[in-house]
Design a protein around this ligand. Structure first.
Ligand SMILES: [Zn+2]
Length: 114
């Protein structure tokens, strides 16, 4: 025996009951409402990708700012080279994350419009 919710009063009742014992509502076998995840998996995915793309762009811009700052500070050349190397990696990774997210978003939107 499984428990279902009465559509009328919201009380939990047996799925075998013909009538709700609380409010007398005639019961039919109604499938349970779809979960939030099932309804909005595409929307949730889209939100996640949007966020990722935004973060990628923000990090990319930060990397560019660091690049400009590095060009204008006086410091040990070897340290500067290391910092530039790190900055290049950050720029590449953030750019890739942003582009891949945008690409996936595009695919998702095209699928939705079909
Ligand atoms: Zn009821």
């Amino acid at each position: 025996m499984a428990l279902i919710y009465c559509r009328e009063c919201g009380n939990q009742i047996s799925d075998k009951a013909e009538r709700c014992p609380y409010c007398g509502m005639v019961m039919y076998n109604i499938p349970p409402p779809p979960t939030y995840d099932m309804m909005t998996s595409d929307e949730a995915k889209e939100e996640k990708l949007k966020k990722r793309s935004l973060i990628g762009r923000a990090v990319f811009i930060l990397g560019l700012i660091c690049w400009v700052i590095l060009g204008n500070v006086d410091m040990d050349v070897e340290l500067l080279i290391v910092l530039y190397d790190i900055d290049i990696i950050v720029l590449c990774v953030s750019c890739a994350i942003s582009l891949i997210s945008e690409h996936k978003l595009d695919k998702l939107r095209r699928k939705k419009n079909k």
